[in-house]
Design a protein around this ligand. Structure first.
Ligand SMILES: Cc1cc2nc3c(=O)[nH]c(=O)nc-3n(C[C@H](O)[C@H](O)[C@H](O)COP(=O)(O)OP(=O)(O)OC[C@H]3O[C@@H](n4cnc5c(N)ncnc54)[C@H](O)[C@@H]3O)c2cc1C
Length: 632
């Protein structure tokens, strides 16, 4: 779609085409489709502006989706009508349910994906949304009017001729992108910022430093300063990626094979079981590091930017450590597993899962060639670390809306998380709330009032979804290292299972307008089967897995339902935006400070803030009751 002066007004602008951006754009487009159709394309439009549209949906690091807790999140995104499960099923080259021998609550579906086909599928799916305009550009400024974010100013980027895919597994319809070489403005009622690892990004391999958020790509510099100018508190985090090797240079003959499941389980409820999996399936291989390589790492720690102070970032992902981290932290271990994972059916790239590193190239080569099977391995890419700016997430609420600048929402790695699934979950929530905010703005323009009072917030709670747990953690805990989801973070994990995701969320998704008729019909049919099985009539594996989980945890679920009802009153009791905590009689200064900083939106959120105790909550409740009485 060509950008013309009259087409520069959108309902929603999404900045970034990563996992958060793609999911936000998908959700926003789907919610706005009726408005788009009614207005014959004049209204209900979404723009996605991203540095390189051809890289939309790119897997920056591992060619895999899901895993423990992450797999549950992908199921939740799918149950709500999201995009990630669809793209994963279409492009998976291995499907495995982790923890298969344990209870259903901790089983995590995981897939290896052809990373090029995955990104191409994301672009294909987005390309099916008639109300989406994809623009190549770098956002450098946010437009602010009357205290609201109303658009973005971009630096244009020249676009290469033809589609920008790396392989012939290309994206066809996504080729409708136009590059705009001059600076331009996109106006919208809501802006979703999903800059990932790109803000002031710097990549390190030993002493070598290159500006960029991902190998071969640039850095988004201007937007960091802009956010600081607007008063946001920025932090700096780091993450790393391992080397990629040429498959033909590896001797797999002596290595342990890791195959997929004999009966693969799809992520999406929309995947037709008879035609699944769609692509040829591949095995992965297991090798390991050696004591000699560990010695080489120790001897070269002063050349690792993660250790020698070259990286200024606060912290890297503790749960996804670099090989240099592992060797230092687990000094008594003589070796660590390394999983050799194919990255594509069309290329020879093999991902070395387990040795992400920022060490210089020569040390990486020593580590790899000491691994069994890799003695003659040829490097296609060396590993590197990347440090980037992010926004401390106490500055958003659980809708992903920034508290400082209404109309600006943040999702993904920019909020201090790590991982595709975490990013996608936030993207979906942000996409829905961007549309709801835009609707509130419209209502106010027509009838007057304050958009904040008209904003129908979409928030997932901790008992509804892992995505809800994540957002609640982000807005109450300010993670000091990249936040990754684990089953242990969810107190309701026996209920938050992958097998019941549709039963937890598809009705909700239908109510929101995210679940289309086709998905709804699938859900209704399965739900009817689940209810009919008391009479013994059921043969579908999806329904069977759901009923197995329900039966196993029935006692717990009943007890929990009663407890939840008891706590619901406090959990969901709203705290007004303008509450002056300094004026709450008797409230300790520490609690008042924490509450003023985080500005929780419910008493439940307030109860989870470090530095706030039950007595503080009691005082706040009393204050609120007095306020209500006075204003009555
Ligand atoms: C080297 C590396 C290693 C990683 N290692 C791991 C790991 O081990 N485990 C793990 O779970 N995750 C890892 N990740 C993180 C994973 O890639 C991210 O969590 C995930 O991609 C985040 O999705 P996102 O949508 O937030 O951002 P991204 O996928 O980074 O996408 C950001 C998008 O925003 C665009 N953009 C940025 N700024 C602008 C701007 N100003 N204007 C226009 N467009 C802009 C970019 O072009 C890009 O399309 C790693 C990432 C990298 C780069």
């Amino acid at each position: 779609m060509r950008l013309t002066p009259e087409s520069k007004q959108f309902d929603v602008v999404v900045v970034g085409g990563g996992h958060a951006g793609a999911e936000a754009a998908w959700a926003a487009c789907n919610l706005l489709l009726p408005r788009f159709e009614e207005s014959r394309g004049a209204l209900g439009r979404v723009a996605m502006v991203t540095m390189d549209p051809g890289k939309t949906g790119a897997m920056s690091c591992n060619p895999a989706i899901g895993g423990l807790a992450k797999g549950q999140m992908v199921r939740e995104i799918d149950a709500l009508g999201g995009l990630m499960g669809l793209a994963t099923d279409a492009t998976g080259i291995q499907f495995r349910v982790l923890n298969q021998s344990k209870g259903p609550a901790v089983r995590g579906p995981r897939s290896q994906n052809d990373k090029y086909r995955y990104a191409a599928e994301v672009r294909r799916l987005l390309g099916t949304r008639p109300n989406l305009t994809v623009v190549g550009g770098v956002v450098e400024e946010l437009l602010v009017e009357n205290g609201r974010c109303v658009g973005v100013r971009c630096k244009g980027v020249p676009q290469a001729d033809g589609p920008a895919c790396e392989t012939d597994a290309c994206c066809g319809e996504f080729g409708s992108i136009d590059g705009v070489e001059k600076p331009f403005v996109l106006r919208a009622d809501a802006v979703v910022l999903t800059t990932g690892t790109f803000m002031r990004a710097l990549m390190h391999t030993g002493p070598r430093k290159v500006e960029g958020g991902r190998v071969g790509e640039g850095s988004a510099v201007g937007i960091s300063g802009e956010l600081q100018r607007l008063g946001f508190e920025l932090g700096r985090l780091k993450t790393g990626t391992p080397p990629r090797l040429a498959a033909e240079s590896i001797d797999f003959s002596g290595l342990e094979e890791q195959p997929g499941d004999d009966e693969p389980v799809p992520f999406s409820d929309m995947t037709v079981l008879d035609a699944f999996p769609r692509l040829e399936q591949r095995v992965c291989w297991i090798t390991h590091t050696t004591p000699g390589a560990h010695d080489a790492i120790r001897a070269n720690l002063d050349r690792a930017p993660m250790y020698n102070g070259d990286i200024e970032a606060d912290a890297g992902p503790r749960y996804c450590p670099s090989i240099e981290d592992k060797v230092v932290r687990f000094a008594d271990r003589a070796s660590h597993h390394v999983f050799l994972e194919p990255e594509s059916l069309s290329t020879n790239e093999v991902y070395c899962n387990g040795i992400s590193t920022s060490l210089p190239a020569d040390v990486q080569e020593q580590i790899v060639t000491a691994m069994p099977g890799c003695e003659r391995a040829k490097f296609l890419k060396h590993g590197y670390a990347v440090e980037y700016d992010m926004i401390w997430p106490h500055q958003i609420d659980a809708t992903c809306m920034t508290k400082r600048l209404p109309g600006l929402l943040l999702a993904g790695q920019i909020n201090g998380t790590s991982g595709y699934e975490e990013a996608a979950g936030q993207g979906l929530v942000a996409g829905v709330n961007a549309v709801r905010w835009a609707e509130a703005v419209r209502r106010v323009e027509e009838a007057g009032g304050d958009a904040r009072d008209n904003f129908e917030r979409f928030v997932l709670s901790r008992e509804q979804a892992y995505v809800g747990v994540m957002l609640d953690d982000l807005v109450t805990k300010t993670p000091r290292e990249p936040y990754r989801m684990f089953t242990s973070r969810a107190e309701h994990r026996l209920h938050l299972r992958s097998d019941n995701a549709a039963w937890r969320l598809t009705r909700l998704g239908r109510g929101l307008g995210l679940v289309d008729d086709a998905r709804w019909r699938v859900f209704e049919r399965r739900d009817a089967q689940a209810n009919a099985t008391t009479n013994g009539d059921m043969d579908e594996p999806v329904v069977r897995r759901y009923l197995e989980g329900q039966r196993l945890y029935a006692g717990y679920i009943d007890r929990q339902r009663r407890e939840l009802a008891r706590f619901a009153e406090q959990e969901h009791a709203a705290l007004p935006d303008d509450l002056d905590y300094a004026a709450v009689t008797g409230l300790r200064a520490e609690a008042a400070g924490v509450l003023s900083k985080f500005r929780p939106t419910t008493l439940g959120q307030a109860s989870r803030l470090a530095g706030v105790n039950p007595a503080d909550l009691m005082l706040v409740s009393v204050h609120l009751r007095k306020r209500e009485i006075l204003s009555a």
